[in-house]
Design a protein around this ligand. Structure first.
Ligand SMILES: O=C(CO)[C@H](O)[C@H](O)COP(=O)(O)O
Length: 220
């Protein structure tokens, strides 16, 4: 049985009303909150940090918070986000000098660990740490901005990642991030994804519930 998760990226939310936006999207049927952390160093944009994650927890958000670190280096941010209430913490392998150690750090702090792969980056860094992964996140756009178009070559990469997960025997979620819409979500799921980040497709719509319901319907 499929266990699909929809994780709206708050990068596209109205930051002036972030607590209300997160409440609204969860009430509209979202499963997780996807939290994009950008440092203007690893990526050419600057967003939000652990204080905002902690503020969402204090606001009463109980849903999983899926923290995607687009920062370099990663270990200090891992500690801060674990303290701030993150559920998943994912990072890009090229942003950590010791990937295995950073993954262990995440789990030792009680969070679930994941690696993120940019569109042009191969999956090699995952191969020998499959037992330390709870999630593999494939970027289907170049990281840094919302509202970009899905890169079609990611479909083959999803199939490759799904085969890698299957061969490992581990229970690892396969998440996709970038350009996900109600129109392409079924094709993305057919290629192997089970967790879907969508920012602009949800937050730019007037009715969050209608978009999320359409995504679920198209997932079948
Ligand atoms: O990580 C990201 C960008 O680095 C965003 O999560 C992603 O691009 C989602 O936005 P959209 O659904 O609008 O493409």
């Amino acid at each position: 049985m499929s266990d699909f998760k929809i994780a709206p990226s708050i990068l596209s939310a109205n930051f002036a009303r972030l607590g209300e936006e997160v409440d609204a999207v969860l009430a509209a049927g979202a499963d997780w909150v996807h939290f994009d952390v950008m440092d203007n160093h690893y990526v050419p944009n600057l967003t939000i940090g652990p204080m905002v994650c902690q503020a969402l927890r204090k606001h009463g958000v109980e849903a999983p918070i899926d923290v995607h670190l687009m920062v370099e280096p990663v270990d200090d941010m891992i500690r801060m986000f674990a303290d701030a209430g993150a559920t998943y913490i994912t990072f890009h392998p090229e942003a950590s000098r010791h990937v295995d150690r950073s993954l262990q750090l995440i789990r030792s702090l009680g969070c679930k660990a994941g690696l993120v792969f940019n569109p042009a980056t191969g999956l090699d860094a995952a191969k020998y740490v499959m037992d330390k992964l709870d999630m593999i996140l494939l970027m289907s756009v170049n990281p840094g901005f919302g509202g970009q178009k899905f890169i079609p070559a990611t479909l083959d990469k999803l199939r490759e990642a799904r085969a890698l997960i299957g061969a490992s025997g581990e229970s690892i979620r396969l998440e996709i991030d970038g350009g996900v819409t109600r129109d392409n979500i079924a094709e993305i799921a057919a290629a192997g994804a089970d967790t879907f980040v969508a920012g602009s497709a949800i937050f730019n719509a007037g009715d969050y519930g209608e978009v999320i319901a359409a995504m679920r319907k198209n997932l079948g």
